[in-house]
Each structure stands twice: as structure tokens, then as C-alpha cells.
Write a protein that binds this ligand. Structure first.
Ligand code: CP
Ligand code: NVA
Length: 314
């Protein structure tokens, strides 16, 4: 595959990328990791490049691993928040994108509304990369697919059970990536909560073509039976604080605890994008237990960022 097809492109959601392109990012993630541990701490493909990090919401993993990833690629990052830029005083997203395009080689943005990313991409002449929106979290999904490949030795045919908030941004990215890569994804979520209809319909159609599958059920035990991966995320995402009480009430039966992991069978590993709300969507015994892959998963964010940026940044 020609890398020219990736260079310079936006990454707003994985629906815009083919299974082959996503697989390439995932494999390159593990290659970056191998090279790091073989002693190649710096792979200077971004020498002289500057990547802007424009974050409307807090971040531990995404921000820090991006800053380190760009340093390990020989480049430079500039971290910005709306309140420290003129965005906070009303300068438009479009004008900000135009100006930042004159200084930077790419922007990774974490936004409250996915529409902000689309607006930024319309007016930027450099790649705009989604560092999490209310709709999707594609960089997370690339790292997660790499973690599954690392732990299970394959992606096609892997059975992933997502238990919890069926309208979650991380789930949406897992649906888009997983369906393109031939995973079997079962989502256990209350009947009142559904994935975004557009994402679900893309995932259902793509899964048919890739030999994967996507299913939504309400019983967590049904979802995890025979699973290779049990995945969850927080019940209350950033920006959903006003819905907290209602969501916690609805999602109570969807906690990933030892009983659920034991019901999954011997193959299952536990994954969570983090941060976790221990005692809510997951118990200590699971996140700290033998099933847990979460620390390797978090580490893989770093290597995934190196893979994605080395492919997309011009
Ligand atoms: N998983 C993830 O994106 O974590 P942060 O919010 O800490 O970046
Ligand atoms: N769904 C969570 C993911 C955090 C990485 C949120 O949006 O807050």
C-alpha cells in the first residue's frame, strides 16, 4: 500500500479509512513498540515538524503520550486550551484553523462537540486529528486494536464484548475499527441506550463485508460468553455530568466484576481506555486482577501515536 494515500489526511473518525489502512496503522504501532524496546528511542521522521495539541477537555494519557510520541519522532508539540488562546474570547474555529495552519504541521484536537473538529478540518490546510470528541476516539481504537493483536495474535474473528454505555465515544470507535478488521463485537447495554445510529449502520454494513459481526444485547452475561476481550468505559463521560444520576442507575447491572469475567470463560482479557471509575463500571479485583490488560493498553497509546503521526503528518 502506498503511504502517500495517508499523508496529509485528516483523521476525524475511522469511517474515512479502509480496513487495510487501519490495519497498517495497527501493525505499525507494534513495529514502533518493537523498535523502541530494541533501543531505537528516537525515530526522527518528524524532525522540524510542529504538532499543535488543542484540548477543550482534560487528558492524562492522550496529551502526555502525544507529547512524548512527537518527541520520540524528533518533532515538537504546542499545547493549547481555549482559555489560553483567543478561542476563549470568541475568535472563530475557522479563523483559528487558518492561522494555526500557517505555524503547525498538524493539529490534534480534543473537543466537546465533534462538529468543532469538522469545522476545523474544513478550514485547516494541515491534518486535523481527533484526540477525542463526544462522538468518537479513533486514536484510542488504533491502540486498542494493537493491544488485541499483541495479546491474541490476530484481529479477524476475535470476539469483543463491550459492556456498559452503548452510546460511548470509545465504543463508537471500536465499532468502526473492529467492523473493518473482522472482529465479532457484542455490545451489552440497557435497551434505553443505543449506539449512534449512523455509526451503528456503518459498522453493521462493513462487518458484513469483512466477515465480522456487530450485535446489541441487553444481557451482559450473554455478551461476554466465550469472549476474547471484555471492554468497558466510564458510565459518565466528560461533559455528561448532568446525566450522571440517570446513567449510573441504568448501568448498575453492567458492572464488570469478577463474576462477569469468570462467566466469560478462560480466554477473556479485560480492557478499559481509562480513566476508570473503580467500583462503578469495573471493580478493583478485575482492573488489578489476572485478566487486566489495561496498563499495556495505556502504553500502546504512545506507540500508536507514533504510528499514526508518522503516517499522516506531511
Ligand atoms: N483514554 C484516554 O483518552 O485517556 P485521557 O482522557 O487521559 O487522555
Ligand atoms: N468516554 C470517556 C472516554 C475518556 C477517555 C469520555 O469521553 O470521558
Amino acid at each position: 500500500m502506498s503511504l502517500h494515500r495517508l499523508r496529509g489526511r485528516h483523521l476525524l473518525w475511522l469511517a474515512d479509512y479502509s480496513g487495510e489502512e487501519i490495519r497498517h496503522m495497527v501493525e505499525l504501532t507494534l513495529e514502533m513498540k518493537r523498535r523502541y524496546y530494541a533501543g531505537e528511542r528516537v525515530i526522527p521522521v518528524l524532525r522540524g515538524r510542529s504538532v499543535g495539541l488543542l484540548f477543550e477537555k482534560p487528558s492524562t494519557r492522550t496529551r502526555i503520550s502525544l507529547e512524548v510520541a512527537v518527541a520520540q519522532l524528533g518533532g515538537h508539540t504546542v499545547y493549547m486550551t481555549p482559555s489560553e488562546t483567543q478561542l476563549g474570547r470568541g475568535e472563530t474555529v475557522a479563523d483559528t484553523a487558518r492561522v494555526l495552519s500557517r505555524y503547525l504541521d498538524a493539529i490534534v484536537a480534543r473537543v466537546k462537540s465533534h462538529k468543532t473538529l469538522e469545522e476545523m478540518a474544513r478550514h485547516a490546510s494541515i491534518p486535523v486529528i481527533n484526540g477525542l470528541s463526544d462522538l468518537t476516539h479513533p486514536l484510542q481504537a488504533i491502540a486498542d486494536m494493537a493491544t488485541i493483536l499483541e495479546k491474541k495474535g490476530r484481529l479477524k474473528g476475535v470476539k469483543l464484548a463491550f459492556v456498559g454505555d452503548g452510546a460511548d465515544n470509545v465504543l463508537h470507535s471500536l465499532l468502526l475499527a473492529g467492523s473493518k478488521l473482522g472482529l465479532h463485537i457484542t455490545v451489552a447495554t440497557p435497551p434505553q441506550i443505543r449506539p449512534d445510529e449512523r455509526i451503528l449502520s456503518i459498522a453493521l454494513k462493513v462487518a458484513e463485508e469483512s466477515g465480522g459481526s456487530v450485535e446489541i444485547v441487553s444481557d451482559p452475561y450473554e455478551a461476554v460468553s466465550g469472549a476474547d476481550v471484555v471492554y468497558t468505559d466510564v458510565w459518565v463521560s466528560m461533559g455528561q455530568e448532568s446525566m450522571a444520576e440517570e446513567k449510573v442507575r441504568l448501568l448498575k447491572p453492567y458492572q464488570v466484576n469478577a463474576k462477569l469475567m469468570e462467566a466469560a470463560g478462560g480466554r477473556a482479557i479485560f480492557m478499559h481506555c481509562l480513566p476508570a471509575k473503580r467500583g462503578q463500571e469495573v471493580t478493583d479485583e478485575v482492573i488489578d486482577g489476572p485478566w487486566s490488560a489495561v496498563w499495556d493498553q495505556a502504553e500502546n497509546r504512545l506507540h500508536a501515536h507514533k504510528a499514526v503521526l508518522s503516517l499522516l503528518v506531511p
